[in-house]
Design a protein around this ligand. Sequence first.
Ligand code: SF4
Ligand code: SF4
Length: 373
Amino acid sequence: MHYHLLLTDHCNLCCTYCRGKAFLPDTAPAGPDLDLDWDLPPELEVDLSRLYAFLARDSCPVLTFYGGEPLLRTDLIREIMAHAPVERFLIHTNGLLLERVDPDLLLRFSTILVSLDGPRDLTDRYRGRGTYDAVMRGLRRLRTLGFRGEVIARMTVAEETDIEDAVLHLAEHPAHPFTSLHWQLDANFSGDYRRRDFARWAETSYTPGIRRLVARWVEEMGEYGRVLRWYPFLDTTEDLLRERPSMLRCGSGHANYSILTDGSLTPCPLMVGMRAHYVGHITTSDPGTLPQVPIGGECTGCNLLAFCGGRCLYASILRPWPEEARRTVCATVQGLHDALAGALPQIRGLMAEGRIRMEDFAHEKYNGCEIIP
Ligand code: SF4
Ligand code: SF4
């Protein structure tokens, strides 16, 4: 099982699509009454021996350090890496502190997901001036240290993003150290949908950009015989080729659970304090019997469900959008599906010619990439 471990609620950035939204008017979540637990400790406050005992009951636990910004708590990371009965550690970081973390700690991660949104001006507009250069310095250091694991660029995309430009910038930058890319829509509208130009942007910029990127992705297969590790394409296309339906692709609530700062277990790392949706506690639960949380709502009758998996359990529960916004987001899923399904004959042809193989699509699942943006 994969687990996100929330180490701290603190963060050293205030990105426009994340904490920055708290400073906008009228951005309270538009969803149902959530009965939020406001007393959750801001830092991990569990008896670590109980955490280790819980993880020891899992036959194959994989731990992703998460926050806030988890590299603000390298003391805890060091302690947990030294004693937790876990084979592999991942981290989801904003990258600002990568240039300062002790090398021995960095080299123990099997995967590092680093938030970066594309070119310097775009990243700095969303994440704050100087962020791009600081993260790049950290990434170059990773390379100098000889880090051999997976380095995933975790992009957030919104109306100021030209998706084609942003993806190709990170994929082709001469100094780019990423082995893989993933992107996610800022579609947690939290009451700001009416102020945004999301629908027009999704239709006229984002989805056409996805079509061009799929063409580019397939071109790379034909010309160089390589399947680029762009997760929204990689995971979905592997399943299309195998004709395999998918459950919720991020794994939340069936293959991926989150451990909150008080030891409570939730299906998803964003469900902090949503106690009505907690699924257990590290002191009383057994990893093997954690309840599966099915996706509901409109997804159950949707003809894209086998491809999409339901996109996001958190959004399906919280419903932070008017119906029109939900349809707009689902139209982006349809656009992704259509672009990839349209490319399948060409991909199958390249496989038949031996240019690429099924194994080239192999990747770790539930590693923090949500897959459906
Ligand atoms: S496209 Fe929309 S309604 Fe359909 S499964 Fe995905 S999230 Fe659910
Ligand atoms: S896609 Fe949704 S359910 Fe999955 S991890 Fe992200 S917020 Fe949670």
